[in-house]
Design a protein around this ligand. Structure first.
Ligand code: UDP
Ligand code: MG
Length: 318
């Protein structure tokens, strides 16, 4: 029988864990009873350096429930790394792993469908939201616009898929070979190849607690998605430079013609405007190139992406 691991990154989730753990446990029990997954399948709660009682709650559930394991990271590293830590930890302990957020916004009922697709031979199954009715108008339009923008930039992602997905053990092993520090999982996982499929679900409101993704973090993730997978912005700067050179040739011809026909204007306005304009373009260009250099800098240091403090498992799992 195939063993399933459900990986849940948790950062300051004390309010919601007592709802989440029983919900996931129920999903496991139902599938174990239906002989879809092995008895020793488990949930791995990854504590991402929470400042509240999250770890104590995880320890308690671990003691009470043989399906619950815990992984304590040494500090807060952020959602993408916490998830990576969990996935890499379980890669040799399971046949497939599902990643899901702690707040139950993603439909736990879709997990069984994912497992069914796994049994049909799929290595990666993406959870895709069919509606965004629970998101605010702002979040919905910016998110959808962003996916389209990414596509234009040449980054392949699954439309309306966040980090709710199933991966087989061999996909996880391949994933662990991608050692980049600037992580954007939604862009990276499709690069693995393999046979994939999607299951559709409706996204709910958070079961309890508050979002830890303020606008600033969302923008940072969005920017990472572009610059970690695409060098198109640099190409665009180059094209823009060529275009501006062409324009300046036209402007030069215009200036000469004006000079010889005697229509010499004071020219101060156009001069000052172009200085500001070109200056601005140059700064943006240097800035974008600088962003990529910054990434090279963080990659070459090759620092570990997370540090593990404690791993709590049960005898039949490890
Ligand atoms: N999370 C994390 N580390 C962080 C921030 C968030 O592990 O530094 C986890 C969080 O506990 C949750 C998931 O990432 O399980 C998604 O976060 P959240 O629900 O706050 O984001 P949203 O769904 O609002 O985008
Ligand atoms: Mg959430």
């Amino acid at each position: 029988m195939d063993r399933l691991a459900i990986v849940v990154p948790c950062y300051n989730e004390e309010e919601v864990l007592d709802i989440t753990v029983p919900a996931l446990d129920e999903v496991l029990n139902r599938m174990i009873a239906g002989q879809k997954i092995a008895e020793n399948s488990f949930v791995l709660l990854v504590n991402d350096g929470s400042k509240d009682k999250t770890w104590e709650i995880i320890e308690r559930h671990h003691k009470e429930n043989k399906h619950v394991c815990g992984l304590k990271l040494a500090g807060n590293v952020g959602h993408q790394y916490a998830l990576t830590a969990g996935l890499i930890t379980v890669k040799d302990m399971c046949d497939m792993a599902v990643s899901i957020d702690a707040d139950l916004q993603d439909d736990v009922g879709a997990i069984e469908e994912m497992v069914d697709k796994f049994h049909e031979g799929k290595d990666i199954v993406y959870g895709v939201r069919n509606k965004r009715t629970t998101d605010s108008f702002f979040k919905r339009t910016t998110a959808e616009g962003y996916y389209k923008f990414l596509d234009k930039m040449g980054v392949k992602t699954i439309y309306n898929h966040a980090d709710f997905r199933l991966m087989s053990a061999r996909a996880l092993k391949q994933f662990s070979n991608y050692e980049e520090v600037n992580l954007y999982l939604r862009g990276l996982i499709p690069l693995l190849g393999y046979e994939t499929d999607c299951v559709y679900y409706e996204r709910h409101e958070r079961a309890a607690g508050e979002s830890h993704y303020p606008l600033k973090k969302m923008l940072a993730l969005a920017w990472n998605g572009v610059t970690s997978f695409s060098v198109k912005p640099i190409n665009m700067i180059t094209s823009l430079g060529v275009f501006l050179c062409f324009l300046s040739v036209l402007a030069g011809i215009y200036a000469f013609v004006s000079y010889f026909t005697g229509h010499v204007t004071p020219g101060w306005t156009s001069l000052i405007l172009s200085i500001w304009f070109i200056g601005g373009i140059q700064l943006i260009a240097i800035g974008i190139v600088g962003q990529y250099i910054g990434k090279i800098y963080t990659e070459v240091k090759h620092r570990p992406r997370y540090n593990i403090d404690t791993l709590l498992t049960h005898d039949d799992v490890a």
